[in-house]
Every structure is written in structure tokens, then in C-alpha cells.
Write a protein that binds this ligand. Sequence first.
Ligand code: NAD
Length: 322
Amino acid sequence: MEQKTEKILVTGAGGFIGHHLVRYLKRKGYWVRGADIKYPEFSPRDEADEFLLLDLRDFRNCLEAVKGMDKVYQLAADMGGIGFITRVKADVVRNNILINTNMAEASMFAGIKRLFFSSSACIYPAYKQRDPKVAPLKESDAYPAECEDGYGWEKLISERMYTNFYEDHGLDVRIARYHNIFGPEGTYQGGREKAPSALSRKVAQAKNPGEIEIWGDGKQTRSFLYVDDCVEGSWRLVESDFREPLNIGSDRLVTIDELADMIIKTSGKGIVKRYNLSAPQGVRGRNSDNTLCKKILGWEPKIPLEEGIEKTYKWVEKVACQ
Ligand code: NAD
């Protein structure tokens, strides 16, 4: 492996995508510092060369985190699945605005060469996502804006703010819009989990034969990107010269029913689905248009959904049924 000279900070390194990213960057030969308000739950903290336990809502902590670094991957955020972000809005917006404004300013002061920001498909307008057979969302669909209330609006404001830091202060930014990232070693219980991990947990813990609850009527659609593709796409974007927001997602649209059936099949159990129509379900349909991603990065996600789901289910089954 070629040893790289650049030093990288990954914020949110105690979380799901962040610690996968630390592992990926270490394999690429970088020196990596992780920072988070908590240590990684499911992997050793010494996967990073250094791990700083810091609350990044505090500006002084952001200065400490960026000190001596060349590049920053800013993934720290107060976030969760649809149940969490529709219930908790004020704290999410407040905490994430503090983290992002402080990280932008600290990175500028420290002369950081490049900063990556993990935005979200939740910035896309509700009026484009009312049909399960949704047209894939292009980056230019973001405006006029009608974001997911709370979490989505903060992401769009922060996209704009990072861009303004480039325009006014020369902070070189890269912005990814992630679409439903999933994989092993992510939150699978406690209220912040997202659909693939939540469904995997429900199936793993169900009796055989048994039953699981699906949020909504199961006909809502999404695309899901496996975490290994997510971290590779993020690195490729950082190494590119593209400064506009870019989708990092899969363009394979499935219904939540199809996703649940895939997980049930992987488990080998006899499970029936019961629908809870009063549970939160988010937009009716959402898919990623990857035309620009392919053009800019010369790359597209590779890992089939079935393969990612099998790895995720096996991991969730192991930790949720101990
Ligand atoms: P995650 O919750 O597992 O990771 C986020 C991390 O940020 C957590 O470890 C958390 O402790 C940390 N954090 C929160 N507040 C902090 C603070 N004040 N100081 C320091 N650290 C703090 O979530 P994830 O799925 O790994 O998401 C990573 C990033 O990608 C987030 O910015 C998220 O908004 C974005 N994103 C994720 C998805 C997805 O599907 N997972 C989709 C779109 C965007």
C-alpha cells in the first residue's frame, strides 16, 4: 500500500458512515484522525491513528479537531431515520447548524485544503416526491426548495453556507447528497435506526413463523446505497475538482415491501408483514439520478442491493439476537 502524506480529519467518526470512512482512508494509506462526541459503538477506536472525543458544537473543539490537518470530511450530525427526524426538529437544526458553522470557520482559520460536507437527499423538494414511481432526482431539482422540515432545511442551508465560505474565503468544498446509506455496524435500535437496519432487526428478532410491522402501506419507494460504495464515492468526490453538490446514491428503486421481502428471504424465516398506516413514512417516492455522478467521477455504485442486504442482515442478526 502506498503511504500518503496527507493528514485527514473525519468528524462523526464514532458514527456509522464515519467509521467506515476511517477504515477506507486507512486502507488507502492516509494518516487519519477521528473526532466525535462518542466512540464508535461497534468497532475499535484505534482504527484511526488518533481519536478525539469532542463536542463539535463548541468552536474551540472544532479548532482542536482541525489542527494540523490537510483535509476534512465533515460527517458529524445529530440525525436518525424518518421516525427520529420527524419527531425531533429544533435540536437537530440547532445542533447541526452549530456543528457546521463552527467547522466551516475553524477549517478556514486552519487553512484546511479541502472540506467535504455530507448533505442529504432530504433537501429535495416534497413536490417532486409524491409518486412511488418518482422520476430520479437530479441535483438541479433542489430549487425552488421544499425540503424535509428541520433536518432537510438545515442541510440545504449548510450546503449554501459552505459554498459561501468558498466564494468569500476560498475554503475549497465538496458536497455530497447521500441517498439512504445502509450496511453493517450502523444504528439498528433505539429510535435513530433507518429502514434496512430496522427491518433487519425486526426480522431477526421475530419468531419463526412470525410477523413484523411495516411503517406505512409498504408501497412507498426508495433507493438504498451500500456503505462501501458510499465511502468510495465520497473519496472520489473529494479527489475531484467538482464544487457543486453531487448525488451519492443508488438509482435502483424498490418499494419498502420489496426491501422487507429481500430481508425475510435472507433470513430464511416464514414472516408475514403487518402494516401500520399511522407510522411515519416520509416522502412517497425517492430515487437518485446518477447521470452527473457518472460524468464527474467516471464512477457509479457497484454493490448489488441483495449483497448489501445479506451482509447487513447477518450483522444485525448477530448483534440483535445475542
Ligand atoms: P450517525 O448518526 O451514525 O453518525 C453521525 C455522528 O455524528 C454520530 O457518531 C454522532 O455522535 C456524531 N455527532 C453528533 N453530534 C455531534 C457533536 N455535537 N459533536 C461531535 N459529533 C457529533 O449517522 P451516519 O448515518 O453515519 O451519517 C453521517 C453523515 O451523513 C451525517 O451528516 C448525515 O446527516 C449524513 N447522511 C446520512 C445518510 C444515511 O442514510 N445514513 C443519508 C444522508 C445524509
